[in-house]
Design a protein around this ligand. Structure first.
Ligand code: HEM
Length: 516
């Protein structure tokens, strides 16, 4: 259902906005603030963070659905929601104007491509600390969810949630509406609701936790996914009447050679990937999503990441992973639209219908045995990957973006005379599409350092994220890597797979095609 203007709200109470829905200066990117509003209306704005409601927890009651009379008192809103019939809450007028206005501002500057990839306000280059890096902005609404082909931001906060026992289908739907509404605001650099961190009643906890006040959008994207257990749980129960809508491809991943998976950092009914150029902006998003979901979902595990290990756009320089190698050179780039259509986006005829325009996400938490790696000779390190460390060029010659020649052999007299210059078990040989029936994946991982163990070893690695049209693309490559030279230095400890639905239509919500 599209958002319509609530009749009960008076345009005169909105002096800071014009009737055309243009964002006020306070809502322009770069000015993260609660909405400017008269003091009298601030007092009347119902606080939504005070108590968990029976619906989707303690988050804002505004969401992108048909309007209903809005409670005007701070104390009645949560009660009404707790005791009344389960109705989706609505978007306040200020919220509507915020979305339309600031959304329009973003689109006016960005170039809208076939989704989000081209829709950023690019200021200061991606992946570096340019002057306007924080002003980068990506629209939330669109054909595909943002955060997939979007040029990879510098920071990650990834969260996996479980839906609580006893939650109803309607409560799940309400949560998705609230998350989407919040995401549509946060990605513009706004608080999660109109009253936000400091604009609500002084007698209630604020809607927004406040640590992002004054921070710009910082290129924030929010990407939401559904795990296999959302459809059918471990006991075979169809919790939300969604079992017959589960994509057949959304199966738990098979066990792979060398897996050392820990249940506590694997799986989850829902996932939320928050990427931004400022860690505080990404963490603020996950924290507030968790708070919105209080009573409906619990945080199962989460992961912070830094120093993107992949480029997803030709505009980006290739970053390096914690082994010091350029990572992302041969990745699928947003500009390769034929490849993203073939390898990343679920096609209209792939089925199920509700997944068209979506993708599948695989996450693997991979610990890297840094101390062993750091004692290896440079030549051995390069043999492991099949690329040189300085440029990231294949050992068969050329520059970073030269295709590897897997048939090349060492010249007479050399230490590798007559032998393949790219080892038969080198990472890039085994991962290459020619070794995997043409399968490619869009990698979007991040480095992580979670402190150190008691022996003084870094607890560090790669939080691997890949998007693909079919999870079997990942499975194919990962199986090929069972003999990878790299395996001596890494250990897969966490894992998950989620269906990533298509993007939300303007003022709709992520998941609307599945559950409405
Ligand atoms: C800690 C673990 C890993 C590290 C350090 C790592 C590192 C690298 C590096 C340095 C490259 C070469 C540059 C590039 O094209 O990006 C590369 C390529 C690649 N990696 Fe990994 N990788 C890891 C795990 C994985 C996993 C788990 C997969 C998928 C199952 C994977 C799939 C690929 C693919 C598809 C390529 C491109 C191959 C090509 O087309 O040339 N990697 N990786």
């Amino acid at each position: 259902m599209p958002v319509t203007k609530p009749e009960s709200e008076d345009a005169e109470l909105e002096p800071s906005r014009d009737g055309a829905g243009t964002a006020s200066a306070a809502e322009q990117p770069g000015a993260r603030q609660p909405d400017a509003e008269p003091a009298a209306e601030k007092r009347a704005e119902p606080s939504t963070g005070a108590q968990p409601a029976s619906g989707a927890g303690a988050g804002p009651t505004h969401s992108p659905v048909e309007p209903e009379p809005e409670p005007r008192s701070g104390s009645t809103a949560p009660e009404a929601e707790a005791t009344g019939p389960e109705q989706p809450s609505r978007l306040s007028r200020r919220g509507v104007l915020g979305l339309v206005g600031a959304g329009a501002a973003g689109l006016a500057v960005g170039a809208v491509g076939g989704g989000f990839a081209g829709a950023a306000i690019a200021t200061g280059g991606f992946g570096g600390a340019g002057a306007g890096h924080g002003l980068e902005q990506h629209p939330f609404f669109g054909i595909h969810q943002a955060g997939i082909t979007t040029p990879t931001q510098d920071r990650l906060h990834f969260a996996s949630f479980d839906v609580r026992e006893g939650t109803t289908r309607q409560q799940l739907l309400t949560l998705l509406q609230k998350w989407s509404y919040a995401a549509s605001r946060l990605t513009q650099g706004l608080d999660i609701s109109a009253s936000g961190a400091v604009g609500g009643s002084s007698l209630a906890p604020p809607d927004d936790t406040g640590e992002a006040l004054g921070l710009p959008p910082a290129g924030l994207t929010i990407t939401i996914g559904f795990g296999p257990t959302l459809f059918v749980d471990a006991n075979g129960a169809d919790r939300f009447g969604l079992a017959d809508r589960r994509p057949p491809l959304l199966e738990p991943l098979p066990r792979f050679t060398g897996d050392a998976l820990e249940a506590a950092i694997s799986g989850g009914d829902l996932c939320v990937q928050a990427c931004a150029n400022d860690p505080q902006v990404a963490v603020h998003a996950i924290r507030n999503f968790t708070r919105i979901g209080f009573g409906t979902v619990v945080l199962r595990w989460s992961q912070l990441g830094f120093g993107r290990t992949s480029s997803t756009s030709t505009t980006q320089q290739t970053a390096r992973n914690l082994f010091g190698f350029k990572d992302g050179t041969a990745n699928i780039k947003a500009e390769e639209t034929a490849e993203t259509d073939a390898q990343v986006w679920v096609g209209a005829s792939d089925g199920p219908d509700w997944m068209a325009g979506g993708s599948y996400l695989v996450a693997r938490k991979i610990r890297m045995v840094i101390e062993s790696w750091d004692r290896q000779q440079l030549g051995e390190q390069e043999r492991v990957f099949g690329r040189d460390k300085r440029e990231g060029a294949p050992l068969s010659g050329g520059g970073e973006f030269t295709d590897p020649d897997f048939s090349a052999v060492g010249p007479a007299g050399a230490h590798n005379a007559g032998k393949p210059v790219i080892d038969l078990k080198a990472h890039v040989r085994l991962a290459h599409p020619t070794n995997n029936g043409g399968a490619r994946i869009l990698r979007r991982g991040y480095n992580f350092v979670d402190g150190n163990d008691q022996l003084g070893r870094l607890d560090a690695g790669l939080f691997f994220l890949s998007y693909q049209r079919d999870p079997n693309q990942f499975v194919t490559v990962q199986r090929s890597l069972s003999g990878d030279l790299l395996n001596e230095y890494i250990r897969h400890v966490g894992s998950g797979v989620w269906a990533i639905p298509p993007g939300a239509r303007e003022n709709g919500y992520v998941g609307e095609t599945l559950i409405s």
